[in-house]
Design a protein around this ligand. Sequence first.
Ligand code: G3H
Ligand code: 13P
Ligand code: ZN
Length: 334
Amino acid sequence: MVSYKELGLVNTREMFKRAINGGYAIPAFNFNNMEQLQAIIKASSELKSPVILQVSNGARNYANPTLLRYLAQGAVAYAKECGCENPEVVLHLDHGNSFELCKSCIDLGFSSVMIDGSALPYEENIALTKKVVEYAHQFDVTVEGELGVLAGVEDEVASEESHYTKPEEVIDFTQKTGVDSLAISIGTSHGAYKFKPEQCTRDPKTGKLVPPPLAFDVLDAIMEQLPGFPIVLHGSSSVPQEYVDMINEYGGKLPDAVGIPEEQLRKASKSAVCKINIDSDSRLAFTAAVRKTLAEKPGEFDPRKYCGPARDLMEELYKHKIVDVLGSDNKLAK
Ligand code: G3H
Ligand code: 13P
Ligand code: ZN
């Protein structure tokens, strides 16, 4: 058993309280490899932002669970080296789908876990979530639960369509489970194709898809039921069209990729939404930079020469999200 506190990590409790009171959101960036981690830590440390390092089960298997623990420990040391005296770094399991997986992460030093029972019948979601909370809270690890189902693929939890969170269930769910935060469904979804073309309109000038707005009325109704309770938004990549265009220009094929407009995320950040999950945007930035570099320098075969530009572009992206969208810069406790 490794305590996250020994690794220099923190849980989400205090940072969420401050985020809600301060009208901003904490970035939860997924990572799978060293370059993503470097870019996340550099961006968040230089900007003095708390940050959630988010790991899916797929990422855990890709990176290796033991190595991950040391990467997280290294991330805290690196944040200090980047000029952050007291970094606030959370290591969070994204979309945990079983008690055993959550327990294994907690035992390996994660400071926060998500148990995603959103595809289960309501009572089963409650029972599973409660079991994880009871285990996690013994070690002061915070837990995110989910109510409502996002469209698209939730890691290994697949669903065809979006079912918004029912505001009338949130009090019962949070009270019975004891979760520290609640992921909700208000129209966001995972991946780079968040909406079907028939759900959107088209900008006549650019030909690009314009997505429908998020269901802020559902968010308002949830906040009315749970005043001051930490709310989480998954599937919050914006799918920047400059990256999509770059990928397409240099041999890729991403037709009609579309995300959540940043002004809607800005609006959500000012509410009780205090954690915003972003993964796909970083994947797009990475791929765009690698494609461009390799297309321009076909003789290049040193991975540092194309992963380096990818890392730079991701750092720029993370900084933009922190400063211009979520507003979490200069929000460390000390
Ligand atoms: O919500 C899903 C995340 O983007 C993680 O995706 O399972 O491909 O690592 P992944
Ligand atoms: P995106 O696919 O929109 O980046 O969402 C990531 C996410 O929700 C991770 O849990
Ligand atoms: Zn998610």
